[in-house]
Design a protein around this ligand. Structure first.
Ligand code: UDP
Length: 249
């Protein structure tokens, strides 16, 4: 395990041909308190297009923290499973917003939902999703796993494993995993690389433990990077920007 100050020592292009981009719903609300900022969605879509132009196949899992999270509904007295289904519907709203923004940039995109809603999008069918990606289409996996009590981080690890992705790219507010919260602790240092086990034992807030365990079991590296900077997705893929790689190595 190595904790380092900036800049990154990961300076080579990352050897990934097929990646899953995971972003929380909060990314899409930009500086708003709630909902979707169309300008931010358009910018994220542009970033995805740049990655595709590099020959990388991209699929996406988005969350719904900008709309509704099951745990907050449950804490206000709602039945947890009902609240989680509401969260999953929130994910579908974000997925459609992303699809729309990508299609405006002429990027062919398919939404596949774990909960069937045939008038709106395709059902999740792994083989079909594979085919879409091979044809250069972006596939957005909506409605999480389709099960309550799970998160979209876990969905990301699951779909990345199913789709034989080379890595999960988790877009966050910061450029990697730090020893402490870099917004609160100026002495916090960033890891260039860290093992799944260290993330779990140190309880570092990368993704939830179920997601980390699933990625670890299936040996899918997780790349933590700053998705708020325009063009950073492609820069990280090229090895030109900071990130932290979580892997078994
Ligand atoms: N959710 C769920 N099952 C899943 C994925 C998500 O029930 O497989 C629900 C859950 O209520 C969650 C909400 O959808 O709170 C939004 O997902 P998440 O909290 O992961 O969104 P993010 O924090 O990434 O924006």
């Amino acid at each position: 395990m190595t904790a380092q100050k900036k800049p990154s020592t990961v300076t080579q292009a990352l050897p990934y041909k097929r990646v899953l981009l995971k972003m929380s719903g909060e990314v899409l609300m930009g500086n708003q308190q709630f909902g979707i900022d169309p300008a931010v969605v358009a910018r994220v879509a542009k970033d995805v297009k740049e990655a595709l132009a590099m020959g990388v196949e991209v699929c996406i899992v988005v969350g719904a923290g900008n709309i509704f999270r099951g745990v907050s509904g449950a804490s206000q007295g709602m039945d947890r499973t009902t609240a989680d289904y509401m969260g999953m519907l929130g994910i579908c709203i974000n997925a459609l917003a992303l699809q729309n923004a990508l299609e405006k940039l002429d990027v062919p995109t398919r939404v596949q939902s774990a909960i069937h809603m045939n008038a709106i999008c395709e059902p999740y069918i792994r083989r079909k999703a594979m085919r879409h990606m091979e044809k250069g289409r972006v596939v957005i996996f909506a409605a999480g796993t389709g099960n309550p009590y799970f998160t979209t981080d876990t969905t990301g690890a699951l779909r990345a494993s199913e789709m034989d992705c080379d890595a999960i790219f988790k877009g966050t507010k910061v450029d990697g995993v730090y020893t402490a919260d870099p917004f609160k602790d100026p002495t916090a240092t960033r890891f260039d690389r860290i093992s799944y086990m260290d993330v779990l034992t140190k309880d570092l807030k990368v993704m939830d433990a179920t997601a980390i365990s699933l990625a670890r079991e299936n040996n899918v590296p997780i790349v933590i990077f700053n998705i708020r900077e325009e063009g950073n997705f492609a820069r990280v893929l090229k090895g030109e920007s900071n990130c932290t790689i979580v892997s078994n190595a």
